[in-house]
Ligand binder design. Structure first.
Ligand code: GLC
Length: 532
């Protein structure tokens, strides 16, 4: 039985089917020549994003930070770190992005602050300071729990006065106490601060972790988790939604929610909560038609139940780049399954990444593009241990730095005009073929594939309002239609397959073999008008 997605009206809010580009500011473009990307660099290179045709930019954290976790340790949510620029420059970027037709999403990190945040400094300085109540301080000789942190390792650090404080990530990221009204009030004010500056949405970091069971129970199978996905967290987002709804122009709340249970995940997307959340089920899924189809169905069903738009995410600043993932024997992604250093076939990975672009850009909902994915960049697995900055490395033996390497813009050798100085992480010399300049105008390049696909997606009515229906396909092949005359076929099998009847091929991720679709290739087809 073919399954259907409900048709949504064409006048839908932008976040329901936008293409959203993640800018990782340290690595996008360096304007002041210190080897680290910044706002000046982003403003100078905004044309790349207009040329790509994306609808919105999501900016990873740019706030003042000691950078213990690359800016996800925020010391002041209402300012910009000097390494990136100034608040005035951020405001200018928002204005310029809007003028270029690009919406802006900022990253808010509510689970924790930096240990350099004034609240935590005061809490640490005096055991009687009222600021202690804003965090999770506990007395005692022994560690209050044996919880394992999100990066591995313990979750408590002892203070000089003998108390312990909780940090689900590094000790430099103390967790806030969301049971305290002061924490709620502060973040509601931060939300307003950025909405008042015209941002079109916020991405909410670690959105399912905020609330903790105050009795601090051990993690026990079959019992509610003490800090993952507590029911109380939903009231936080209902309050945020009430605020964002008071602003004109469809402001969006987008959650980073890593939850294996699709139904619990969808709770975050109920009509009075978040607008969207990242689809990590899809990101982690194997390059295998049966598994992919099941994942797509799970996604569509879970979102349909709450009326929220699905999202399609292939990569971000935390995960191994998908050119590398799809080039391995095991094509899944999970933090618990470290595949670093296992053999990679980059040609195969690139071919699959091209096909995956046509897949993710033609499924119903919003699509995310992580900077560099449009250039076909792979994970840099050759960063020397003494250059690694990611705090996860010391705890899990895996670094996320390999996907955070500065972008190659032009030229034949590093720094590829990313900067005039040595970039903060090394770029592979082989990226000389993957610069924006080298790929521009080359119809076989990844960049021109993304440009063409995004342009076509914008113009194609079936890709906005069209119902999605699975079509019959050979084993190992995904085929679906969007609306009456658009189809996407993705061949994940090991052999070429016949294409269905079609009037024309709109776009192909690789050369076709006559009317056959080679392995690891996808096409967008115009179907013959159905007998009407
Ligand atoms: C999120 C971010 C990640 C960060 C962590 C702690 O998962 O995406 O980069 O390390 O939260 O803030």
């Amino acid at each position: 039985m073919p399954r259907k997605q409900e048709i949504v009206a064409e006048s839908q809010p932008w976040w329901r089917d936008a293409v959203i580009y993640q800018v990782y500011p340290r690595s996008f473009a360096d304007g002041d020549g210190d080897g680290i990307g910044d706002i000046a660099g982003i403003r100078r290179r905004l044309g790349h994003l207009s040329d790509l045709g994306v609808d919105a930019i999501w900016m990873s954290p740019w706030y003042p930070s000691p950078m213990a976790d690359a800016g996800y340790d925020v010391a002041d949510f209402r300012d910009i770190d000097p390494v990136f620029g100034t608040l005035a420059e951020a405001e200018a970027l928002i204005t310029e992005a809007h003028a270029a037709g690009l919406r802006m999403i900022v990253d808010i990190v509510p689970n924790h602050v930096s240990s350099a945040h004034p609240w935590f400094r005061k809490a640490l300085a005096d055991p009687r300071a009222p600021e202690r109540d804003l965090f999770w301080f506990r007395p005692g000789e022994t560690m209050p729990t044996a919880w394992v942190g999100e990066f591995g390792g313990t979750t408590w650090t002892r203070t000089a006065d003998g108390a312990w404080y909780l940090h689900l990530f590094t000790p430099e990221q103390p967790d806030l106490n969301w049971g305290h009204p002061g924490v709620r009030a502060e973040f509601e004010d931060i939300l307003r601060f950025w909405l008042d500056r015209g941002v079109d949405g916020v991405r909410i970091d670690s959105a399912a972790l905020l609330c903790k069971d105050p009795t601090l129970p051990p993690v026990t199978e079959g019992r509610p988790h003490p800090f993952h996905d507590l029911d109380e967290v939903h009231e936080v987002y209902r309050a945020w939604r009430r605020i964002s709804d008071t602003y004109p122009g469809d402001r969006a709340l987008i959650g980073e929610v890593w939850l294996p249970d699709a139904e619990r995940f969808a709770h975050y997307l109920r009509p009075d909560e978040l607008h969207a959340a990242f689809n990590f089920d899809f990101l982690g899924c194997a390059w295998e038609a049966g598994k992919m189809r099941a994942c797509i169905d799970r996604t569509l069903d879970a979102h349909a139940a709450v009326g929220a738009p699905p999202t399609w995410v292939l990569s971000n600043h935390d995960v191994t780049r998908h050119v590398t993932r799809y080039g391995r024997a095991d094509t899944t992604f999970s933090f618990d399954n470290n595949l670093d250093g296992t053999p990679v076939d980059l040609e195969q990975g690139t071919r699959r990444a091209r096909a995956a672009a046509l897949l993710s850009l033609s499924l119903p909902g919003a699509a995310y593009v992580y900077q560099g994915e449009e250039l076909g960049l792979w994970e840099n697995e050759n960063i020397a241990a003494d250059q690694i900055q990611d705090p996860m490395y010391a705890r899990r033996g895996h670094t996320r730095d390999g996907c955070r390497v500065p972008l190659p813009w032009s030229g034949d050798a590093p720094p590829f005009e990313f900067s005039t100085a040595e970039p903060w992480l090394p770029q592979p010399a082989e990226w000389k073929d993957r610069t924006v300049q080298a790929q521009t105008g080359d119809p076989s390049s990844m960049l021109e594939l993304y440009r063409a696909a995004i342009r076509m997606r914008r113009a194609e009515p079936g890709l906005h309002a069209g119902a999605m229906t699975w079509a019959d396909a050979a084993p190992g092949v995904l085929a679906y239609t969007r609306g009456p005359d658009f189809a996407c076929v993705v061949n994940m099998s090991g052999a070429a397959v016949a294409l269905p009847d079609h009037d024309s091929c709109l776009l192909a991720s690789g050369p076709l073999d006559g009317v056959r679709l080679p392995p690891d290739t996808a096409v967008w087809l115009r179907l013959p008008a159905r007998g009407q």
